[in-house]
Design a protein around this ligand. Structure first.
Ligand code: NDP
Length: 283
């Protein structure tokens, strides 16, 4: 086989934006996200995988070989694995970008451990925010959920669980205006503005978990691959999509587990499925 990896504008995806990864098996002392990506890349190259930087801008999956456009380059393939991942939604604050991995996180399972006995905030009002806040109480001293409305999008059961947790406090309706302090390269507080009165308050915290949802990177496949209302690809019989020869792996089809190891596991399944497909469809 002649595998080609089109690795987007952010090679490594969410792992490239994180610091220490503590839950990938085989690294008893943890490993930095970017280092883990680099190791995986070298390992794939050792077995002949080629890499191209740049995002796929158009695809044609209507007949085999499939066609993919990356900037001005055209690529053809007989089997395709879509592993384009999902991007965590961000608040859009300048400080949040600078402090990502330095107190600002988008993944409680990955980073919760670093906030033992600290005060933290979780931003969001959906199931992810409730789940992450509840999980974080295992480590944190106090968790404050900040949500921009009085009503929650979260399911009743998840909201009830969070409300019953003595370590969780709620601040609504508040919008995050700023995260401080970029000059100190760490989180010291958040500035919150009351959505109705406009009054601002400063809340001292050492961690900020942004839990306002994820967007799967599937726009380019719209109309060709089956997806749910949120854009996550639908798979069946392992990693198969609705198009014969196209497989999906990782966060692009999983909004439940979202871990590097679960994504890697489904990537392994997809490559086995692709290999079998190619063996069965020899020219
Ligand atoms: P949702 O889209 O359900 O919720 C996102 C939340 O973030 C909303 O409360 C929204 O506020 C808020 N938000 C969005 N953008 C901003 C912003 N710019 N600033 C401030 N707040 C913002 O995403 P989730 O990730 O929570 O859930 C996605 C799906 O996954 C859902 O179907 C959920 O049920 C499911 N899920 C299920 C779980 C489980 O069952 N264990 C666990 C986690 C997720 P507003 O409400 O005002 O729009």
């Amino acid at each position: 086989m002649k595998p080609l990896v089109l690795d987007g504008y952010e090679p490594g995806g969410q792992l490239s934006l994180t610091t220490m990864v503590e839950n990938f098996p085989g690294f008893p002392d943890g490993i930095l996200g970017p280092e883990l990506i680099e190791n995986m890349r070298k390992q794939a190259q050792r077995f002949g995988a080629e890499f191209r930087f740049g995002a796929v801008t158009a695809v044609n999956l209507s007949s085999s070989p499939f066609h993919l456009t990356v900037a001005k380059e055209e690529h053809e393939c007989r089997a395709l694995i879509v592993a384009a991942g999902a991007s965590a939604r961000m608040l859009g604050l300048e400080a949040e970008k600078h402090l990502l991995g330095r107190g600002v996180s988008t993944c409680a399972t990955c980073d919760g451990y670093f906030f033992r006995d600290r005060d933290i905030v979780v931003i969001g009002g959906g199931d992810t925010a409730m789940e992450e806040a509840t999980f974080l109480t295992k480590f944190a001293r106090q968790v404050t959920i900040v949500h921009r409305r009085q009503d929650f999008r979260a399911s009743r059961v998840m909201l009830d669980r969070a409300q019953a947790n003595p370590k969780i406090h709620f601040m609504t309706p508040y919008v995050v205006e700023d995260v401080r302090d970029v000059t100190k390269q760490g989180v010291e507080s958040v500035i919150l503005r009351h959505a109705d009165t406009g009054e601002t308050v400063e809340l001292k915290v050492e961690g900020v978990f942004v839990a306002i949802g994820h967007d799967p990177n599937t726009t380019v496949f719209r109309g060709q691959l089956d997806m749910n209302e949120q854009g996550y690809l639908r798979t069946h019989d392992g990693t198969k999509t609705n198009v014969d020869g196209v497989f999906a792996a990782g966060d692009v089809q999983d909004h439940v587990y979202r871990q590097a190891i679960s994504a890697a596991g489904s990537g392994c399944m997809a490559s086995i499925d692709a290999e079998r497909f190619l063996a069965e469809h020899k020219e």
